[in-house]
Design a protein around this ligand. Sequence first.
Ligand SMILES: [Zn+2]
Length: 71
Amino acid sequence: MIADKNLKSGLLPITCPVCSKKFLPSDHTTMPFCSDRCQKIDLGRWLDEGYGLPVEGQEDFEGPSDAREEA
Ligand SMILES: [Zn+2]
């Protein structure tokens, strides 16, 4: 199993799931991402999906409250 040996020693390039760029895992501490930036982008996407509804609810709550002050 040469491929498996290469993978363990970080000699086999992997593809970044964010920008699809190929890089060597041994050169980066941000696996499976090619850079810290891509890691944050992926995290941001994940949070956006996971917490999208609660944020919308907060905005909805602020709306009527503001309208009441004006009326
Ligand atoms: Zn990337």
